[in-house]
Write a protein that binds this ligand. Structure first.
Ligand code: HEC
Length: 86
């Protein structure tokens, strides 16, 4: 395998991870809000990597950067528990 082939294989798999997360979250209630609100500046984060408390803090920190209404904040916060149940 030459370097180019390896490069494209890695590229292919890394782009897939994002798609898997995207698909997963779009099927959970509230997930679409997360994808719409939280995918604008950086890649969709893997929610499961964050504890519920850390996740809440991250959202609070983000409220300096983005505006969330009460419902959006609730939905995105609770998503942390929902993804862990699936
Ligand atoms: C206005 C741009 C913007 C939007 C919209 C945005 N973020 Fe971020 N986010 C950032 C920046 C800047 C960072 C810090 C740099 C980085 O880690 O990429 C960050 C980092 C993060 C991190 C990693 C922090 C860490 O310490 O591990 C998480 C988690 C995160 N954002 C979640 C969210 C969530 C949830 C939303 C939706 C509510 C969201 N982001 C929407 C700009 C944004």
């Amino acid at each position: 395998m030459n370097r180019f082939t390896a490069f494209f294989i890695i590229l292919f798999f890394s782009s897939c991870t994002g798609n898997i997360l995207y698909k997963k979250y779009s099927q959970i209630p509230g997930g679409k809000i997360y994808l719409a609100k939280c995918g604008a500046c950086h890649q969709i984060r893997n929610i499961e990597k964050y504890s519920f408390d850390t996740w809440k803090k991250k959202i609070q920190e983000h409220e300096k950067r983005i505006q969330l209404n009460t419902e959006e904040r609730e939905m995105i916060t609770l998503l942390n528990q929902k993804v862990k149940m699936n």
